[in-house]
Design a protein around this ligand. Structure first.
Ligand code: GLU
Length: 617
């Protein structure tokens, strides 16, 4: 075991860091108020970007003390479990992508939640009416809770690539959970957005609605129960999560969600019903959970090697296919509307194929190779009219028969209703040895199922609503099946140039994750924008629907120029969130001489936190 653990303890008391201007300048970890957010930090020796300064500081602390990128990523993720409990945490799942500087290879861990072994395919149908429950009914229930994969992901990542043990990697998070963090606008707003359903579950209300209201901006939020849960994992490893008393409590909570029997909705408009349906997850499901080591997806785009997450996520294949579709076109910053038109059309085509072919490959025959084949992409590119947007939904391509020529007739149309939400969190870490992590983790909806395991300080996910639960089609690769992983859109991506890291990036945002990744790559690679501008630029998302959802600034900037193509832009946003934002990405770009530029969102979600170990002077 390395000596990092003792060093970390010392750092806690004395040296800890604060960050201003992207530079580590003065001791402050003891006082959360002093940690500032910066959207960009350039330098050497390691870098991190997350949506949260506490999580980024935790990663920097680990890197400074000799930990590597995998160690720092787990430390940051665990800290996000404290400060971003509505988007991340041990009650959820995610995908971890690692570039190993020693081997030059990219490897991935699929830590997706799974459906319980006894979950019936009709679990989302009301037996009394034969009608599928509404999303609102399913989301705050036990029935949408999948077997969490996050603790196992942390353990596997450390075992495979890290140098720390789990107890060491959890130390910064335990510290933040105990001493508390400062409530910001985003945390308060996310709590308010969930206030009604949180109030139905006493364990959730007592944690997140102290005194019946969302915590005030500027107050200190403590997570003592979560600190205890982390300490249990630190002491006994993840066996204490997938077995033992905690596993028993998780299963009991899912089976009989602890809703206040006297609860009545505090508001009647809109009408709110929380039946808190019982779920199927058992202690046997927890004991049987395994992460999967997976090969990444790979496509070449304009001389870059783009590695992504293979199914059960649709991220790697859909981003990869769309890039293959764009490859034959000359996209230039001097003809931006044309470039954006091609981006929107390529995305729609790739989403058509995602809907038809993507699901858990353990259950469905997913044509990953064809979908990321440049010949298939070239053939799909034939469907793009350079002057006119196609009528949506566009049909899927035929993966069984393609040759790159513009003659093959497409397979039947496949459209779908999208219920994924814009929660989740993402982080990027690099170390001084050149290892890189891109990690996206989630509990699905912002606030997950809304159900806290009593006394344990974390929310359970509602990831199973990522199944196409309204589908009765036995051919649907993403239909509910026992022990299956619901299709994800998470797209942690690492891009190499000449076999060395060039850019690592990822984002939250449900299915808009895919378009956020795509648009950011387009901005950086084709439109020549800086990585900060690429990430900050206003976004639009075409997921094979009649309208393009877009941020207000995108509509302002490009609405008129895209109208002649036939693109109809409508403001992003949904019934569950108050913001019309798309994504909240993080990235690190690698420059000459081991230099690194970490970037985070300047504004979305209140801005993220980019940091480096040694800032450039
Ligand atoms: N559940 C979504 C997925 O796995 C992520 C949720 C989100 O980003 O809001 O793709």
């Amino acid at each position: 075991m390395p000596s990092v653990r003792r060093q970390l303890a010392a750092v806690t008391a004395v040296l800890a860091l604060s960050v201003t201007g992207g530079a580590v300048t003065s001791p402050a970890f003891a006082d959360p108020r002093e940690i500032k957010k910066e959207a960009m930090a350039a330098g050497y020796g390691g870098a991190v970007s997350t949506v949260d300064p506490e999580a980024s500081a935790a990663a920097i602390e680990v890197l400074r003390d000799g930990g590597n990128a995998a160690d720092a990523a787990v430390a940051a993720a665990a800290t996000l479990g404290v400060t971003e409990p509505y988007s991340a945490g041990v009650g959820g799942g995610g995908y971890f992508v690692f570039y190993d500087a020693k081997t030059g290879k990219v490897g991935t861990i699929d830590g997706r939640e799974t459906a319980p072994a006894t979950m019936p395919t009709t679990a989302f149908v009301n037996p009394a009416t034969g009608v599928v429950y509404t999303f609102a009914e399913l989301v705050s229930s036990g029935v949408s809770v999948g077997v969490p994969g996050t603790p196992a992901t942390w353990e596997r990542a450390l075992e495979r690539w890290g140098t720390l043990d789990l107890d060491e990697a959890l130390e910064p998070a335990i510290k933040v959970a105990n001493r508390g963090f400062v409530v910001d606008e985003t945390f308060r707003q996310q709590t308010l957005d969930n206030k009604v359903r949180f109030s139905a579950f006493p364990a959730t209300a007592s944690l997140f609605l102290p005194g019946g209201d969302a915590p005030a901006v500027g107050s200190i939020f403590h997570s003592k129960d979560l600190a205890k849960t982390y300490r249990l994992l630190a002491k006994d490893g993840t066996d204490a999560f997938y077995g033992g008393q905690l596993a028993t409590e998780i299963a009991a909570t899912v089976k009989d969600p602890p809703k206040d029997p006297a609860w009545v909705p505090p508001v009647t408009v809109p009408p709110t019903s929380i039946p808190a349906l019982p779920g199927y997850l058992t202690t046997a499901d927890l004991a049987a959970y395994r992460t999967l080591d997976q090969e990444p997806t790979h496509v070449e785009y304009r001389g870059y090697d783009v590695y992504g997450m293979a199914p059960s996520s649709s991220g790697g294949t859909t981003v990869g296919e769309a890039l293959n579709i764009l490859e034959p076109f000359d996209l230039s910053p001097t003809a931006k509307p044309a470039a954006l038109h091609h981006y929107l059309e390529a995305s729609a085509l790739a989403f058509a194929d995602r809907a038809k072919y993507l699901g858990d490959p353990a259950f469905a025959d997913v044509p990953t190779e064809a979908l990321t084949d440049p010949v298939f992409g070239k053939e799909r590119a034939c469907a793009i009219d350079p002057g006119t947007a196609a009528i949506k939904p566009v049909p899927a391509g035929d993966v069984a028969s393609y040759d790159g020529a513009c003659t093959v007739s497409p397979a039947a149309a496949a459209d779908e209703k999208d219920t994924e939400n814009i929660s989740t969190t993402n982080l990027t870490v690099a170390d001084k040895w050149g290892n890189v992590v891109e990690y996206t983790l989630t509990i699905e909806q912002t606030g997950g199922s809304g159900i806290v395991v009593p006394g344990r300080g974390f929310l359970l996910n509602n990831e199973l609503t990522d199944f196409s639960y309204t589908s009765t089609n036995p051919e649907d690769p993403n239909r509910i099946e026992q022990g299956k992983r619901p299709r994800s859109s998470m797209s942690p991506t690492i891009i190499l140039k000449d076999e060395k890291p060039f850019l690592a990036l990822g984002s939250p945002g449900g299915s808009t994750i895919i378009t956020t990744l795509l648009q950011t790559i387009l901005n950086r690679v084709d439109l020549g924008m800086s990585i900060l501008d690429s990430l900050a630029a206003p976004r639009a998302s075409q997921r094979n629907t009649a309208n393009v959802t877009a941020e207000p600034d995108f509509i302002k900037a490009y609405g008129d120029a895209l109208a002649p193509y036939g693109h109809k832009l409508v403001p992003a946003g949904d019934a569950f969130t108050s913001a019309a934002e798309i994504g909240a990405a993080t990235a690190i770009e690698f420059g000459p001489g081991n230099s690194m530029t970490a970037v985070a969102e300047p504004l979305r979600r209140g801005g993220g936190a980019a940091m480096v170990v040694k800032p450039s002077r």
